[in-house]
Design a protein around this ligand. Structure first.
Ligand SMILES: [Zn+2]
Length: 268
């Protein structure tokens, strides 16, 4: 599932290619993705408008077509491609954007868990927690959030209503970097540990963005390439392999019905 670094990679690659461009035609091949409008309404709302900006909050990607806002949640397997020939599943290309520049953009979603909304005003996300790259995401703020919710720390990091953008892969990686066990509860963490987690959240996500995200299954960059971060993961999907820090085999457990990977020696 695309998490913050994958969505941000897509955003950064889309901006230079598509912002400032006028949308000439728009095709919806899979109406079930649309959550609050019909294909005709979406088409009518967007055609002829200029794509002014592409921004992100948590795992949501928002296209601002001159005050018509299209919100994407990429679900399990949503990706954007600038070239149809890069798709291995052309039958799963569900949206086609045709820009005046002659450039096209394709949305592919093999599993169809992606969701799309249309708004006439800048959308609000009242149930969404703070984005880790939001200026307001300070240590003080993180401390307050930790103190507010008594919860398992990994599930806390993955709870989109608290901190938005972190999923299963990066929650495991963040806790490894912070040296904190995924079995810990938020109320057991001492100040030093809270600060440690806070500091590595951004660094782990930032490094993953620099490596164009993590490709395990469907995720590809806008160029159709795999991300590179999967080669740098310290614990995720490394069950039984030696910890890079201490050599202890990485342990896998199921936590909140999700696979969780950690080093029992390095993470206390
Ligand atoms: Zn270790």
């Amino acid at each position: 599932m695309p998490e913050l670094p994958e969505v941000e990679t897509i955003r950064l690659q889309l901006i230079p290619e598509y912002t400032g461009r006028k949308l000439m035609a728009f095709e919806v091949r899979e109406p079930r993705l649309l959550q609050n409008c019909t294909p005709e309404e979406l088409k009518k709302a967007l055609e002829g408008r200029c794509l002014k900006e592409i921004y992100r909050t948590g795992k949501f990607l928002i296209f601002n077509f001159s005050n018509r806002f299209v919100v994407f949640h990429l679900g399990m397997s949503g990706i954007f491609l600038k070239d149809e020939s890069q798709s291995h599943y052309p039958q799963h290309i569900h949206l086609v954007f045709l820009f005046q520049s002659g450039k096209n953009l394709y949305y592919q979603d093999i599993r169809k868990f992606g969701k799309i909304w249309l708004y006439k005003e800048r959308p609000q996300f009242p149930n969404l927690g703070i984005d880790p790259f939001d200026k307001k995401f300070s240590l003080n703020k993180f401390n307050k959030l930790i103190n507010l919710k008594r919860k398992n720390i990994k599930l806390f990091l993955m709870d989109q209503s608290i901190v938005a953008g972190i999923g299963n892969i990066y929650a495991s990686e963040i806790l490894f970097e912070a040296g904190v066990s995924p079995l810990r509860s938020t109320d057991s963490l001492i100040n030093r540990e809270v600060k440690g987690i806070y500091l590595v959240i951004r660094s782990v996500l930032k490094k993953a963005i620099e490596r164009f995200g993590t490709t395990y299954s469907a995720y590809r960059t806008v160029d159709g390439e795999s991300g590179q971060n999967q080669h740098f993961l310290k614990v995720y999907q490394r069950e039984g392999q030696p910890c890079y820090r201490c050599g202890t085999p990485i342990k896998k457990i199921i936590l909140g019905s999700r696979s969780t990977f950690f080093c029992i020696n390095c993470q206390k």
